[in-house]
Write a protein that binds this ligand. Sequence first.
Ligand code: C2O
Ligand code: CU
Length: 517
Amino acid sequence: MTRDPLRNVSRRRFLAVGGGALAAVGASRLALPALATPTGVASWSAQRRVGQAGPGSSIELRAEEVTIDLAGRSATTWGYNGTVPGPLVRVRAGDTLRATVVNNVEDPTTIHWHGIRLVNAMDGVPDVTQPAIAPGGEFSYEFVVPDPGTFFFHPHVGLQLDRGLYAPLVVDDPNEVGAYDAEWILVLDDWTDGVGRSPDAIFEGLRDMASMTDGGGGHGGPVGGHSAPSQADHGGGDDSGAGMAMPTGESRLLGGHAGDVDHPIYLINGRPPKDPETFTATVGHRVRLRIINAGADTAFRFAVGGHRLTVTHADGFPIDPVEADAVLLGMGERIDAVVTVADGAAPVVARAEGKSGDARAVLRGSTTGRAPGPGTRVAELAGRVLTVHEMRAASAVRLADRPIDRRHRLRLDGNHERYRWTINGRVFDHSDEGLPIEAGERVRLIFDNRSTMWHPMHLHGHTFAVEGDGARKDTVVVKPGGRVSVDFDADNAGTWMVHCHNGYHQEAGMMAAVAYR
Ligand code: C2O
Ligand code: CU
């Protein structure tokens, strides 16, 4: 156990593995101190003193039981290496990342490296790209990381992502000269495990409710995580209303019903609003925020009180910068935005879109001044909210112009009798061969949402262009009744999942595959 001299005091553990080569830092260390330098170069190199990946570097990630402190309330969950979020993994584009995953929990697990264009065998999809790692077992991932950007990783088994098994993965571009002075990684999450019902119990509840509902519009309605701890680990049967009140509401931005699950708490970097993480920076400095939605059922509307956001990246890839008051992130999406630090202590808010509650942090531009309380209003949330259709890929990452060789329409729907979510009428089956495509083709997927709820659709192993010349992304929000087309080049052979990143929808079958050799 080491304490990094660069950082302020941390309640969480710090872990560095691999001969100092690969950065692996505890969650609260995600907040880097601002450095008095004109560009981002110095702050990157400061972070590289923690470590950088190179040939031979490796990290160990232990999936294990973890007890976290949520403003005085303790919650036992599963996390990586004793923290929630797990350790930051940081490499340079082109490096080889080696991670040995040790499974110390009672269920099988895997790690999926969300958004990374890696070799298929390392993609972490159980029974498709590898057998799941059995309890007590381990598995070594090793792959080249081609693209810089903001990513994260999580299991691809059951509802494990809705526990604490997630962590940021940042890939630096050695040649990038960032127009910013400091960097702050913010991982957003909707939380129930250990304080409300377990994710598995919630899922059982959704199935039971669906079977009791007639034509509920493709789902059984929201289920909460608010029940007493004594009921926390029983699915079904005990739903006397405690966990089922408080339906999640409507959202104009999401085109209707916002979610299926009412999580009791929302977190930024594992901290609840009553115990927010504080990032201190020099007034006038530009801070690059790397925002990651690791939630299971919650879109977040994100803003910083008294600050404008200059949005620079979507899902890791640069866009033509856009100014906004707030941004919307579906599950699995990431946004990078730069803010110029104002004097005082500003509330940073990720409002659970269409739900009640928010996650909070504090951006401090001076060491004096009262911290904003958990109820402080943030006017920017009601301002201009940037959504994906207003983003355009930066010219360097635009797909080359060429005709579409193959189209697949993916009809997104829900089944009314059971909590079942489908793509082209089917729930995923691991023996599915996948939608056929040929290596070398330009492929267009058309997400055609016929259900009554929005879906953040995610493709593995590739990044796609949204609606022709839109942002390069790997996850895109598709509203009810809406249709979004995404294009990619079939240049990474394998069987690749395409699925809804709502953990509950995915678990209920909303997943398909595309496959080519
Ligand atoms: Cu982050 Cu298959 O997902
Ligand atoms: Cu969905």
